[in-house]
Ligand binder design. Sequence first.
Ligand code: PPE
Length: 305
Amino acid sequence: MEKSDHIWMDGKLVPWHEANVHVLTHTLHYGFGVFEGIRCYQRADKSSAIFRLKEHVDRLFGSAKILGIRVPFTPEEIENAILETVRANKLEECYIRPIIFLGDNKMGLNPAGVDVRVAVAAWPWGAYLGDDGLNKGIRVCLSSFTRHHINVTMTRAKACGYYINSILAKVEAVQDGYDEAILLDPSGFVSEGSGENIFVLRNGTLHTPPLASGCLDGITRDAVVEICEDLGIPVQEKQLTRDALYVADEIFLTGTAAEITPVREVDRRQIGPGHKGEVTDRVQKAFFDIVRGNCDRHTKWLTRV
Ligand code: PPE
């Protein structure tokens, strides 16, 4: 990864190499922490803006609330910490990773009395599934791993430990020669990718699984729903079966890291034209026009650095 100069830790910026924790850090042992992934884009006028900063900070605090973690900062303080981190590192475009984790002053499953700590890192991160993936589409498989049940973990939270499931699915997919994994929910309906929500086009309508499938309440997913309203593309939340993916006209994945990534193949079956479809292309263009400032729609989604 491309390093930057400073990381914000517990209230102040420290040099990248000094942003360390003790080996008995509670979250390192049990995965009980929450995090976010946010992107900052350089705009046409050369300024930089963070995409949906407030929504990401809201979800971060929501995740902490779900897990019962009391954050020793206000959402405004964390928003400012994020802006300060991007500015201090002089990054025009970057990926931002805020994390709330439990410290090292007490071990054991009951987190009562353990220090709650917060860090914000930012570094340059290009296309998550490759430039080719973004332009031509990726190859995915249905995972042998099942996405979390909504009442085993609570899937509205973006919690550290939940990602064991995503990592297992991702590693299996890559080892089997695919770019990404799609996970089914415990009832066998499509949920999402290892780190992306999914949209499926069939006969002119885009479908995306409901949150009850255990997928993350994706902020890019939400943006796509609004973008499609602008474009006049109907979107419906719908339970989708595995074979609905096979006969889809187009499929794309959405996420902060993955942005809008077309899917050209599922389980060795070509999807639609076998490259980025027309609707996917329209949604992707509209998304990049908004984040890169080539249009004046949805400027409320952008926070100037
Ligand atoms: N589902 C999962 C499981 C997920 O991790 C993400 C984001 C999404 C959906 C899309 O959500 P949103 O970013 O709000 O549109 N995954 C983050 C972590 C990726 C990583 O490899 O780390 C991200 O995209 O930042």
